[in-house]
Design a protein around this ligand. Structure first.
Ligand code: TRP
Ligand code: SF4
Length: 520
């Protein structure tokens, strides 16, 4: 086991619902080893969406998007839409300062910078509370690494005057938000999501609510679509943050047909009965619930539990007419907020203790009104945060890229000559002999060197990337020359990057960010 907190939890963590997992199963564990054997499983098992579906709607997509290095998302459409319509949006990601920033982190740096260049309000944060509590790093170590992450982020193009950089430990507003969010989550959820148990240290738990606050932080001043670019190991955090965003809302907005409550599935059966009203209603403008119940008993599949429960709800409602409506649910509203919602609603409304039914609003308009009233009454009005996920880079030695295996990765602070050497000794997708390579072509899809071109060295140049690929699989490119070219490009990249890091020093020192922690 490579997980750093194994001693703390004392057993294999079982994230994502606590189901036991075998060797081949995909486990998304934020503090475990970050490998994914099959990205397709992430769509099926976890409901991550395919990025390719939203790609056509993204204005001037980044090369990591075009090359499917960014492969998945949750709700990115909303961010893309804001971008297209010139509406406010934000991007935020965080870095645990546990070692040197390396070329894997560069993916996230680039994603943040790109969103900033597209006009997004952009945040980069140092997850020092997490590094201290989940990884046990000392504040001294953290200070040193924090500076290195920030220098690389700025050197790669992040504009710290436009955007925001912060450390979790120094951000009081963040910690206050974390406290509020914590009151909407409970420990058994953390057990099932993260595999936490009685041995988990309490500060580690606190670092999770802090990350929840990070993710919602860009919306503190006003709600806006926000993207969190991360690796898929962070997806459990994203899902929880999306949930908490909803739980914090004052009002929910749903559809209904009568005064009773129904879940999504039941609603679909009521909707079907409503659509068929001409078949059973004396007056189709006023179909009665009990008649709808009889219709559903005849036409619905009685083996489906939701059909059964729907029938009994309809029967209980008796002579009440079915009538489509939009419903505001009271989730967390203060009394004043609930009253001002009642006042703000125009047209016909039915007011109950915990919900209000309205008849002259679309669901969209109702949602907009709910958010407006919430914000006027001191609520946040959070929009569910979105995320994008990038593929993990393969290690140069073939396995996973890991900070703890120096030869597997290239640090952004590596001596350019070492960078050159590491590429030269990298594993390839080449054949045993040059002859075979000419005959069969190389396996670019399994080659860490090709990845270096596609993820980093070719930059924005798609044609160059494609040329490397085609020449490789066509047998015209041999690994020796290919690696030589990649190694030189890597050396140049590191030289250039490190020069820019030096230039960034002054900029960083002028910023309002505490780089020497007062903690001990
Ligand atoms: N948990 C993240 C990691 O392990 C770091 C992090 C903290 C983060 N807060 C965040 C990432 C908010 C994205 C958004 O690297
Ligand atoms: Fe990899 Fe280049 Fe060899 Fe192809 S030619 S397998 S891309 S090193």
């Amino acid at each position: 086991m490579t997980r750093d907190d194994s001693s703390e939890t004392g057993r294999e963590p079982v994230p994502d619902g606590g189901t036991a997992t075998g060797e081949d199963d995909v486990v998304l564990d934020p503090w475990g080893s970050a490998t994914v054997s099959d990205y397709r499983k992430l769509f099926e098992e976890f409901g991550i969406e395919e990025f390719d579906d939203v790609l056509p709607d993204v204005p001037n997509p980044h090369y990591l998007m075009r090359r499917s290095v960014i492969f998945g998302d949750r709700g990115y459409r909303r961010v893309a839409e804001a971008m297209r319509n010139d509406e406010p949006f934000a991007a935020l990601s965080g870095f645990m300062p546990t070692g040197d920033p390396h070329i894997g982190h560069k993916l996230v740096f680039d994603e943040l910078i790109w969103h900033q260049q597209q006009g997004g309000d952009t945040y980069g944060l140092i997850a020092d509370l997490e590094a201290h509590s989940a990884r046990g790093l000392s504040w001294e170590e953290i200070d040193e690494h924090a500076r290195d992450y920030l220098l690389s982020l700025i050197a790669l193009g992040f504009d710290p005057e436009e955007g925001t950089l912060y450390r979790q430990s120094e951000n009081r507003e963040l910690q206050d938000l974390a406290f509020e969010l914590g009151s909407k989550a409970n420990f058994s959820e953390f057990q099932s999501i993260y595999g936490f148990d009685g041995e988990t240290n309490v500060s580690h738990v606190q670092s999770v609510v802090t990350q929840m606050a990070d993710i919602l932080y860009p919306q503190l001043s006003e709600p806006k679509p926000t993207v969190i670019p991360v690796g898929p190991d962070q997806d459990p955090h994203v899902r929880l943050a999306r949930d908490l965003a909803v739980r914090m809302r004052y009002f929910g907005v749903t559809k209904a047909y009568a005064s009773f409550e129904a879940d999504e599935e039941e609603l679909s059966h009521v909707a079907a009965a409503y659509e068929a009203r001409k078949e059973y209603a004396d007056d189709p403008d006023m179909p009665r619930c009990e008649d709808a119940a009889a219709w559903l008993a005849e036409h619905g599949d009685s083996d489906v539990p939701a059909v059964e429960t729907t029938i009994s709800k309809l029967e209980n409602a008796g002579m009440e007419p079915l009538r489509p409506r939009v419903r505001f649910l009271d989730r967390n509203a203060t009394e004043e907020a609930y009253d001002s919602l009642i006042d703000a609603i125009e047209g016909e409304k039915r007011v109950f203790d915990e919900h209000i039914d309205v008849f002259d609003y679309s669901r969209e308009d109702a949602k907009a009104l709910a958010r407006e009233v919430e914000m006027d009454n001191g609520g946040y009005g959070f929009i569910m945060p979105s995320s994008i996920y990038h593929r993990f880079m393969t290690g140069l030695t073939g396995g996973k890229m890991s900070s703890s295996i120096p030869a597997s990765h290239i640090s952004l602070m590596d001596d350019p000559e070492d960078g050159y050497d590491k590429v030269k000794s990298a594993t390839t997708g080449g054949r045993e002999t040059a002859e075979k390579q000419r005959e069969l072509g190389g396996k670019a899809d399994e080659c860490p060197v090709y990845e270096l071109y596609a993820y980093l060295l070719a930059g924005d140049d798609d044609e160059f990337t494609k040329r490397v690929y085609d020449e490789c699989v066509g047998g015209e490119r041999l690994c020796g020359d290919c690696k030589e070219q990649a190694a030189q490009l890597m050396r140049e990249f590191l030289e250039d990057h490190q020069e820019k890091r030096e230039e960034a020093e002054e900029l960083l020192d002028g910023l309002d960010i505490e780089l020497g922690s007062s903690r001990r």
